[in-house]
Design a protein around this ligand. Structure first.
Ligand code: V47
Ligand code: SF4
Length: 371
């Protein structure tokens, strides 16, 4: 099968060189990453990405049982792709109190969830101690629930507002109960493109610094990319290259999550959305390029259940969680699944129908149950 694609008569020499390297377990260069995007057809990319995926994880496909809390959509920034942000007092703005959030946690008291994913807008009045007290209350109520919370953008603001250095702030949040950091806020690292789509918020350097410092104080994290807007292939490779370099230094990233730009209700709607073929190509190149990040996640509410199943043959080994209908950021941007709930049975069937093995995991990818 490996030789099959290398021997294809229509494959150019540069693609053959790349395939030979990937099959030998060698790292590809940034230039080769761009060649894959530009010249690799879907069957070629799929074969290579699936080789990497199966070498790392065989047929296993991970999911977890989690729920989301979005404390507020009030945000000091105005990212052009964001459909969700509101100003204080504006129609559609919400903010949960600490009690509201604890009530949400309590709704899961008799359910076997292992993780809460807590992410929202950057509220001008809330600092590290405010959010820290929420983490503390959740931990007191349910000590074994893993708290994956706050993008680097939220963290920068709340830590600085409390007058801490980034490292001190991260340590303090860890004491309050923070277990890991989700991948949001990365968007696109190229400074020009970042300026164009979300110029005011945390810089690339700060995003990377926060994740590096978090890894160093024992807080693992995820990484995302927002793709399919004004960026080009070189920007996507540059983004992944910065993550690959950081991961070489720390090993703290668990998973990479490509987020497809969705066009509803935001200032970039005029751009439209990229095709499913582009999504699959992007998963495949990500899996091939990011040789040191263990997992590649398809966020199913965003791309829909059918594309998620196909993505399992293009490098993806993780499909996130059962979620419930508690996340609004994508629904408001026009996600495929407007009410993203899926039962465990639904997730298992989705994976089995794609001839893969469903594995329930915790946040750190410890296996809980094979189905
Ligand atoms: O950073 C905002 C994205 C992210 C749009 O770590 C949009 O497990 C598409 O990071 N179209 C936040 N995307 C969510 C996030 C995440 C999601 C799931 C799992 C994990 C994890 C992290 O949502 C933002 C931004 O890139 N986003 N608006 C939009 N219109
Ligand atoms: Fe605020 Fe996040 Fe929306 Fe940007 S993407 S405006 S930081 S909520």
């Amino acid at each position: 099968m490996n030789l099959d694609i290398i021997n294809r008569s229509d494959i150019t020499d540069d693609l053959k060189t790349i395939a030979t390297k990937v099959f030998a377990g060698e790292r590809i260069t940034t230039k080769e990453g761009i060649i894959l995007y530009e010249k690799g057809d879907l069957s070629f990319l799929g074969a290579l990405a699936n080789f990497v995926r199966e070498k790392k994880h065989g047929n296993k496909t991970y999911f977890n049982k989690n729920f989301h809390i979005e404390p507020t959509n009030i945000c000091i920034y105005n990212c052009k792709f964001c459909s969700y942000k509101r100003n204080i007092g504006e129609d559609g703005a919400w903010e949960y109190s600490k009690e509201d959030m604890l009530d949400i946690v309590k709704q899961y008291d008799n359910k076997p969830v292992t993780e809460v994913h807590l992410v929202g807008g950057v509220h001008p009045k809330r600092d590290l101690h405010y959010y820290g007290s929420i983490l503390q209350a959740i931990k007191t109520h349910r000590p074994n629930l893993h708290i994956k919370a706050f993008t680097a953008v939220e963290l920068e603001f709340m830590i600085k507002k409390a007058g801490y250095s980034l490292e001190e702030g991260l340590k303090k949040l860890k004491e309050y109960g923070l277990d890991s950091i989700p991948g949001g806020g990365a968007e696109i690292f190229d400074e020009e493109v970042r300026k164009e789509i979300c110029g005011a918020k945390s810089t690339t350097d700060i995003w990377l610094e926060i994740h590096e410092k978090a890894h160093k104080v024992g807080i693992p994290s995820n990484a995302t990319i927002l793709y399919g807007h004004v960026e080009n292939y070189a920007h996507r490779i540059d983004h992944m290259n910065r993550l690959r370099d950081l991961q070489d230094r720390t090993g703290g990233f668990n998973t990479y999550i490509p987020l497809k730009f969705k066009k509803a209700n935001n200032h970039l709607s005029y751009l439209g959305e990229v095709s499913t073929m582009e999504d699959l190509k992007n998963y495949a190149v990500s899996r091939i390029f990011l040789d040191n990040i263990p997992h590649l996640k398809a966020y199913w509410p965003m791309i829909g259940k059918e594309t998620t199943q196909i993505a399992l043959s293009f490098g993806v080994d993780d499909i996130d969680g059962t979620i419930d209908d508690t996340t609004k950021i994508y629904a408001m941007a026009g996600a495929e699944d407007q009410q993203p709930t899926m039962t465990t049975q639904g997730l298992i069937q989705l994976v089995k129908n794609a001839n893969r093995i469903p594995v329930e995991r915790d946040t750190m990818y410890n296996e809980i149950k094979l189905y």
